[in-house]
Design a protein around this ligand. Structure first.
Ligand SMILES: *Cc1c(COP(=O)(O)O)cnc(C)c1O
Length: 364
C-alpha cells in the first residue's frame, strides 16, 4: 500500500491544472515578470476578498511579518507580545524589525490567551501579534479590546488562516495589519515563495510598498533602508486561480476534519476542539497524545506519515538563547511541543486514506 504523506501538493495542482497552466503561460508570454499587472490584479482581488482597503504583495510570510512590524513602527527596544507556541517566523518577523518578542501562553485551542496579555505589558510594549495557529481563529474581540485599552497595535499572523472568519471579518482584517504567507503548503499556496500584507491604513500600505522596493517609492529615490521582497508575476497569476477556489478548498478541509472528528476514537488521543464562535480552516489537523513519539512510530509502521508543529518552541531554540528564557517558564507551550502531532490533511485527501489514518490511530 502507498504511504499516506502528511501533505500532497500534486493533488491541489491537478484539480485546477488547466487554469494554472493557462495562467503560467499567459505570464511567460507577456514579457513582464516582476511588479506588473498580474500583481496589481491579485492585490486588488485579495484586498476585496478579505474586505480590506489595501493589499501589498511581498516575497514570503516572514517578510510580510517583518515589513508589517516596521510599518507600524516597531524598532529597536520595542516589545511585541506573541504566543509561545508558534512557528519561529512569527518571532523572527518581530526581531527582523528590531523588536523583542515577549512569549506568552496559549489557551486550550492553541491560540493566544487574552488573559496573558495584560500581565506582560511593560513600558516597552508596542504591539500584540496574534497567530491564528493551525487555521483556528483567536479570540479577536477580547484581544482587540485589550489592545485598544492600552494603545497597542495589533498584528495578525494569518499564514495558516486564509479565509477563516474571526468575528467581525476575516482573519487579518480585525487588527491593524494582517500578514500572509503563500508558501506552497498553506491553505492559499503558490508554487514557490510568496506573501502579502493587508491593511485599512493607507499610511502602512504606502510604507510597505516603499520598504519592499529598496525603500523607494519613486524610482532611484531611496527614502530609507528597505529590502527587496516581491511577489512575482507568475506567483500572483497562479494565486489568482487558487483564490477563486479558496472557499471550496477550505470547505473541503473542514469536511475532512469532520471525518477525523467522527472516526478517531482513542481515549489516549485528544482531538482538536473548535471554540464556539471561532472558525477553523484546518491548515493542520493536530491531535495530542502523552505517548506522542510512540504513536508517531506506530503510525509510521502502518504507512501513515505525521509531522510535529512544532517540536522546539521559539523561546527554547538556539536562535533565541540570547533572551535567556529558561525551560519551564512556559509550561503550557512546552507541554504542547511534547504532545502535539499533525496527521495527514490536504486538499484531495481520499476517504480511503482518511480511513486508514483513523484505523491506525484507533488501534494504537
Ligand atoms: C508559514 C508560516 C510563516 C512564514 O511563512 P514563509 O512564507 O515560509 O516565510 C509565518 N508564520 C506562520 C504561523 C507560518 O505558518
Amino acid at each position: 500500500m502507498d504511504r499516506i504523506m502528511t501533505n500532497r501538493l500534486d493533488r491541489g495542482f491537478e484539480r485546477y491544472q488547466e487554469e494554472f497552466e493557462e495562467a503560467a503561460i499567459r505570464v511567460l508570454r507577456s514579457g513582464c515578470y516582476i511588479l506588473g499587472g498580474e500583481l496589481e490584479t491579485f492585490e486588488k482581488d485579495y484586498a476585496a476578498y478579505m474586505g480590506s482597503a489595501y493589499c501589498a504583495g511581498c516575497g514570503n510570510g516572514l517578510d510580510a511579518l517583518s515589513l508589517a512590524c516596521r510599518a507600524i513602527g516597531i524598532s529597536e527596544g520595542d516589545e511585541v507580545i506573541v504566543q509561545g507556541n508558534t512557528f519561529i517566523a512569527s518571532a523572527m518577523g518581530i526581531s527582523a524589525a528590531g523588536g523583542t518578542p515577549v512569549f506568552v501562553e496559549p489557551d486550550e485551542y492553541y491560540q493566544l490567551d487574552p488573559a496573558q496579555i495584560e500581565p506582560h505589558i511593560s513600558p516597552k510594549t508596542k504591539a500584540v501579534m496574534v497567530v491564528h495557529l493551525y487555521g483556528q481563529t483567536a479570540r479577536m474581540d477580547e484581544i482587540k479590546a485589550i489592545c485598544d485599552k492600552h494603545g497597542l497595535k495589533l498584528i495578525e499572523d494569518c499564514a495558516q488562516s486564509h479565509g477563516a472568519y474571526a468575528g467581525t471579518g476575516l482573519s487579518g482584517t480585525i487588527g491593524d495589519i494582517g500578514c500572509f504567507s503563500f508558501y506552497p503548503t498553506k491553505n492559499l499556496g503558490c508554487f514557490g515563495d510568496g506573501g502579502a500584507v493587508i491593511t485599512d491604513s493607507e499610511e502602512y500600505y504606502k510604507r510597505i510598498k516603499q520598504l519592499r522596493n529598496y525603500g523607494s517609492s519613486i524610482r532611484y529615490h531611496n527614502e530609507e533602508l528597505g529590502v527587496n521582497s516581491r511577489l512575482d508575476e507568475i506567483q500572483a497569476a497562479l494565486l489568482g486561480v487558487r483564490l477563486k477556489h479558496l472557499k471550496e478548498l477550505n470547505d473541503e478541509r473542514k469536511a475532512a476534519a469532520a471525518v477525523y472528528d467522527k472516526g478517531i476514537n482513542n481515549p489516549g488521543v485528544l482531538k482538536p476542539v473548535c471554540r464556539a464562535g471561532a472558525d477553523h480552516v484546518y491548515h493542520q489537523y493536530v491531535i495530542r497524545c502523552k505517548e506522542r513519539d510512540a504513536l508517531a512510530e506506530h503510525l509510521k509502521s502502518k504507512g501513515v506519515d505525521t509531522i510535529i508543529h512544532y517540536p522546539i518552541p521559539p523561546h527554547l531554540s538556539k536562535a533565541y538563547a540570547f533572551l535567556n528564557i529558561k525551560e519551564g517558564s512556559l509550561p503550557v507551550t512546552e507541554e504542547y511541543a511534547k504532545s502535539v502531532l499533525s496527521i495527514p490533511m490536504y486538499n484531495g485527501i481520499s476517504a480511503e486514506e482518511q480511513q486508514r489514518v483513523i484505523e491506525a490511530i484507533n488501534e494504537f
